[in-house]
Design a protein around this ligand. Structure first.
Ligand code: NDP
Length: 260
């Protein structure tokens, strides 16, 4: 299978977990992107130490200050990325950043519902809007008429927990605000796929598997089945193979269709 080959990529929430995994895998590719933009809330802080170490060794890695719950931060990030790219566009936007508030239905609050929706759903919406001109530019600059991740794509990191049909691991955690925010993110991805198709931009929503990260857990008695490396490797393989047939779908890290 052909390896994913992109000129430029932006990953949100890139300082730890799956976001950092994506950055590491892009850097290790035989043909790494010319630009890897790593969105991070506090680029100079302790939590960005891994990214800072990588950026000191890889000139194609650029750390971008990015708080996805803040429209001004998103706009400033889009301007910075545009500046770095010069005249060219952005091929791949990976809306990876997300939060979870582990609450039962009974204990759920307006504050948590609002914060989770703002980060997990409105954030990817605003990112898509702000980076649309750069994604369009990438699509226009790529040869061929079909859709692909090498051309221009938005990848939204959702979760099987947002599947209404399956209600995945309900017994393990109700996480109501998280489930609602990811179900809404799935709808957003479908809307983006329909609206952005004419611009040559592929859009999908992804379940990364249950992964050993701060969010996925692993500190307790139960260890999630997947490592960050396995999950990211799987997702990159999927990204390298999808085309217009898959735009608007909900896929997992192995490329299997997830029920809505
Ligand atoms: P982590 O909790 O390990 O990392 C989350 C990342 O998102 C961090 O970099 C965090 O930054 C960033 N982030 C959170 N809120 C914001 C914000 N408002 N603005 C910018 N960045 C923010 O999560 P994972 O790596 O496990 O998850 C990544 C994605 O995959 C999420 O969308 C999650 O819902 C999804 N997912 C994960 C699963 C798993 O098993 N791990 C399963 C299903 C889906 P900071 O360090 O500043 O907090």
């Amino acid at each position: 299978m052909a390896e994913l080959c992109v000129n430029s990529v932006l990953v949100t929430g890139a300082n730890r977990g799956l976001g950092l995994g994506f950055v590491q895998h892009f850097l290790r590719m035989p043909n790494p992107p010319q630009w890897i933009f790593a969105g991070c809330r506090d680029p100079k802080g302790q939590r960005a130490q891994d990214l800072q170490n990588l950026a000191s060794k890889h000139p194609n890695l650029v750390i971008i200050a990015l708080e996805i719950a803040d429209p001004a931060s998103i706009k400033a990030a889009a301007a910075k990325v545009g500046e770095r790219l010069g005249g060219s566009g952005l091929n791949l936007l990976i809306n990876n950043a997300g939060i979870v508030k582990p609450k039962t239905l009974e204990a759920e609050t307006l504050e948590d519902m609002t914060e989770t929706y703002t980060t997990n759903t409105a954030g990817p919406l605003l990112m898509g809007q702000a980076f649309l001109p750069l994604l369009k530019k990438a699509a226009q600059g790529s040869p061929g008429s079909g859709l692909s991740c090498s051309k221009a794509a938005i990848i939204n990191m959702s979760s099987y927990a947002g599947s209404i049909e399956d209600m995945y691991v309900w017994e393990f955690g109700q996480v109501v605000s998280y489930r609602c925010s990811k179900a809404a993110l799935n709808m957003l991805s479908k809307c983006q796929s329909l609206a952005y198709k004419e611009h040559g931009i592929l859009c999908i929503t992804f379940h990364p598997g249950w992964v050993q990260t701060d969010m996925g857990g692993g500190g307790g008695s139960y260890k999630p089945p997947l490592t960050v490396d396995d999950s990211v490797q799987g997702m990159l393989k999927v990204l390298s193979s999808i085309s217009e047939k898959e735009t608007g779908t909900f896929l997992d890290w192995e490329g299997k269709v997830v029920p809505w």
